[in-house]
Design a protein around this ligand. Structure first.
Ligand code: COA
Length: 159
């Protein structure tokens, strides 16, 4: 069961600290200016009216030069997070599908995201949903302060 997914309202963000913990709350907050400027949006999954998962979708210019070069104009999914007690129940799948529907509605044909090299669960999750690792070497092994990550891409019109 996927549960309800909708675009987050400003008050929803305040509930993320309780739902997901302070680290996730701050990650979502760090995107608030993109959100306010209309360059992205947060989708939230609800169960019994409470947030159980969230994701940030951005159509702003990507942070990484390699992404800007090889995947120009492709929107980005950030910070997919499902509360631990609600994992393996389709919540993450529902959030990604909702994000993809909304991006298709905006006229995009592809979407990308970064997945940490050590995050085997997330990688398996995205591969199962049809995300693929591009051949371009510059899109592999990118460095973030605490991790090395790879870019994965999906065609928004895949079957
Ligand atoms: C990765 C994450 C978003 C998946 O969300 P979820 O709601 O549990 O995912 P779903 O229930 O929709 O899973 C769909 C499928 O993905 C795969 N999958 C999901 N979690 C997995 C895990 N821990 N190990 C292996 N495969 C997994 C499975 O094939 C699963 O289907 P199944 O349960 O029928 O076997 C969630 O585990 C999470 O929030 N993790 C911490 C944050 C994170 O790593 N985010 C990704 C950042 S790139």
């Amino acid at each position: 069961m996927e549960g309800e997914v909708r675009v987050a309202e400003p008050g929803d963000l305040d509930r993320f600290a309780d739902a997901f913990g302070p680290e996730q709350y701050h990650l979502f907050r760090s995107r608030a200016s993109q959100w306010r400027r209309g360059l992205g949006e947060i989708l939230v999954a609800l169960r019994d009216g409470r947030p159980v998962g969230a994701v940030f979708v951005s159509w702003d210019v990507a942070d990484e030069p390699a992404v800007r070069k090889y995947l120009p104009g492709v929107p980005v999914i950030f910070h997919l997070h499902v509360a631990a007690a609600h994992r393996r129940q389709g919540v993450g799948t529902g959030l990604i599908r909702a994000a993809e529907r909304r991006l298709r509605g905006r006229g995009h044909t592809r979407v990308l995201l970064g997945v940490d090299e050590s995050n085997r669960a997330a990688r398996r999750f995205y591969l199962r949903l049809g995300y693929v690792q591009p051949d371009e070497p510059a899109l592999r092994g990118l460095h973030a302060p605490a991790e090395t990550y790879d870019i994965l891409v999906a065609d928004l019109n895949r079957a």
